[in-house]
Design a protein around this ligand. Structure first.
Ligand code: TSX
Ligand code: MN
Length: 595
């Protein structure tokens, strides 16, 4: 061991874990550049990292083809009773799951180094931040954690002074025999992968995968699943939301937090640059928001992460120029294609397709190949500080006061461009019933409607019905200071299958309308599903869009909406008697308004 640790809980845990996993060495991380370079030199040496000539200090990794995404059916919320995990989570009793996993962990780090990674989610020392420690046998995980979280000896100092932490244990699950050569991306077979959460004791155990959310335990495991359970107990919120700041031409700032299911362009919205004159947009976070009620009674949000772990395919100067600028240097790419001149490439990056590439599986690829060159879930890991429009307050320990919540989904019909909730309870109903049509980016059948309440279905660390209740409780506490709630759909299509709304930068027009609603500058029209913009109130200056398109975008078809009801009822039925009465009331009122 390279450093002595004074925190007793941490020391005991390191010893206990080493006794179980039996690594050859133990290394305590300090988050320095030298340490990052040391990890990379190991990864370069065994051929796991490919240096990119075209991007300074940037590397490409290729995962095992079986280890390319989060594994939802291998993800467990292990609470004392199945009811506490609820109908949207996989559950195994803690004793049984620990027993199974201890057998897997037994000797799993032989021939490897065990890295102890102390990290802070949120600015170090912020009252909203939390400390975690990840133990992992993957140097790739160490590098990614350096970018995505605050890994630092300052965190160790806080621990030494007795601060508590959330233990996150990770192993790729591939011990090495004496002198055995490592493979490029070691991982365990799917049936021995486990992404386990013990929210009653603030503990994460992950085994068998080296990829993203399965392995970078500060993100989905700690900052969403464990944090959502802590937040419920302590009266705050851990949400799957981007955070942005909009500034109007008079300099008034509005802070927006927005939740979208996958494949809706959340990172694109987080870094969006307005097309309307005089309005400014800055990014605070693209994935997770932790929010607490401040002494003034308003809701304050921080981004617990320090980097972007973004989906590469589809990212371009057209869809997200600020992301493209962010990923020019100091980036870890995973499962992208490699160009002959030493750059990365992916589907949708630009219009010219190279005549030759090495694909994400390491094979020669040409435009005639009928496979993707980059994996659809290929990623970039980049420091948030490199984003040209990162907000100067993105690391403010107090957070930013949220004015507006947005929920959304991808719907080719039925749902209008924007509507506003009648009340907090109605807004919670909109979040609880949020739905998106599946795309090729999802697994399973394309184009069917999937309910993803608050975009939290894969990330809520306890019973989703109790989570709905928590949202209602937060509204009661916030009272008149509660953010306004809106629902958007950028993806409505005309009967001939064309997108009706230009999206991207022009979404600023919709956000502007929301801000003017907050100010009371514009009115609204009552409809059965919520409040709609009055014609002329959404700023369409400089936008060439037929009036007919706009009417189509805002159209509420009563029959189509009545047809939605059975699906919402079925969705709610899953939660049984645990579903809050106030959401049943919202459903009844919607049915009544639809007549
Ligand atoms: O991210 C998207 N956003 C949010 C941007 C801030 N995408 C990409 C989704 C895939 C992840 C969108 N796609 C958006 C959007 O608002 N809208 C659409 C649909 C669309 C696609 C192409 C066009 C228009 C709309 N092109 C032209 O109109 C030329
Ligand atoms: Mn996410």
């Amino acid at each position: 061991m390279n450093i002595t640790v004074k925190n007793k809980k941490l020391n005991d845990w390191i010893k206990e874990t080493a006794d179980m996993c039996r690594p050859d060495n133990i290394y305590i991380c300090n988050g320095t550049k030298e340490e990052y370079n040391l990890m990379l030199s190991k990864l370069l040496e065994n051929g796991s990292a490919i240096p990119l000539k075209k991007r300074s200090n940037s590397y490409l990794f290729r995962s095992d083809p079986s280890d390319v995404a989060r594994v939802e059916d291998r993800t467990f919320i292990s609470t004392s009773s199945k009811d506490k995990a609820g109908p949207t989570n996989n559950w195994i009793a803690p004793a049984e799951l620990k027993d199974t996993m201890k057998r897997l962990y037994n000797g799993c780090m032989k021939g490897r180094t065990m890295y102890v990674i102390p990290f802070s989610m949120g600015p170090i020392g912020s009252p909203i931040s939390r400390i975690g420690v990840e133990i992992s046998d993957s140097p790739y995980v160490v590098c990614n954690m350096h970018v995505m979280t605050r890994v630092s000896s300052k965190v160790l100092e806080l621990l030494d002074r007795g601060e508590d932490f959330i233990p996150c244990l990770h192993s790729i699950g591939v011990p090495l025999g004496n002198g055995q050569k490592d493979v490029q991306w070691p991982c365990a077979p799917i049936e021995s992968k486990y992404i386990s959460h013990f929210p009653e004791e603030n503990l994460v155990w992950s085994f068998g995968s080296g990829y993203g959310g399965n392995a970078l335990l500060g993100k989905k495991c700690l900052a969403l699943r464990i944090a959502s359970a802590i937040a419920k107990r302590e009266g705050w919120m851990a949400e799957h939301m981007l955070i942005l700041r909009l500034t109007n031409p008079e300099g008034r700032q509005y802070h927006i937090a927005a939740a979208f299911p996958s494949a809706c362009g959340k990172t694109n919205l987080a870094m969006m640059q307005p097309s309307i004159k005089g309005w400014k947009c800055e990014c605070i976070g693209d994935d997770i928001a932790w929010m607490k009620i401040g002494s003034d009674g308003r809701l304050y949000a921080i981004n617990p992460e320090s980097g972007f772990f973004g989906v590469a395919p589809g990212t371009s100067y057209e869809t997200n120029p600020m992301a493209m600028e962010t990923i020019k240097e100091n980036v870890i790419f995973t499962n992208c294609a490699l160009t002959d001149d030493g750059d990365v490439w992916w589907e949708g990056i630009n219009d010219d397709v190279p005549s030759h590439l090495i694909d994400w599986k390491g094979r020669d690829w040409t435009p005639e190949s009928n496979t993707d060159a980059a994996h659809p879930n290929a990623r970039f890991t980049a420091p948030a500080s490199q984003c040209p429009v990162i907000c100067k307050d993105w690391e403010n320990p107090t957070g930013v006061p949220i004015d507006i919540f947005i929920f959304g989904g991808r719907r080719s019909s039925v749902v209008p461009l924007v509507h506003e909730a009648y009340s907090w309870d109605h807004g919670v109903f909109l979040g609880a019933t949020a739905a998106s049509e599946t795309t090729s980016a999802n697994i399973g059948e394309v184009g069917y409607l999937r309910r993803d309440p608050f975009a939290m279905k894969p990330f809520c660390g306890y019973n989703m019905a109790d989570y709905f209740r928590h949202w209602l409780d937060m509204g009661d506490r916030l009272g008149s200071k509660a953010p306004k709630i809106f629902y958007v759909n950028w993806f409505r299509k005309s009967p001939d299958g064309k997108f009706l709304w230009p999206g991207f930068s022009d979404n600023s027009r919709v956000l502007k309308w929301m801000c003017e609603r907050v100010e009371g500058k514009v009115g609204s029209l009552k409809s059965p599903i919520g409040l709609l913009p009055i014609e002329g109130d959404i700023d369409l200056n400089g936008l060439d869009i037929p009036a007919e398109n706009l009417r189509e975008l805002m159209k509420i078809d009563i029959k189509e909406w009545r047809d939605e009801i059975p699906d919402i009822e079925e969705h709610f039925a899953m939660f049984g008697t645990r579903l809050p009465e106030r959401l049943k009331v919202q459903l009844k009122e919607l049915i009544t308004r639809l007549g």
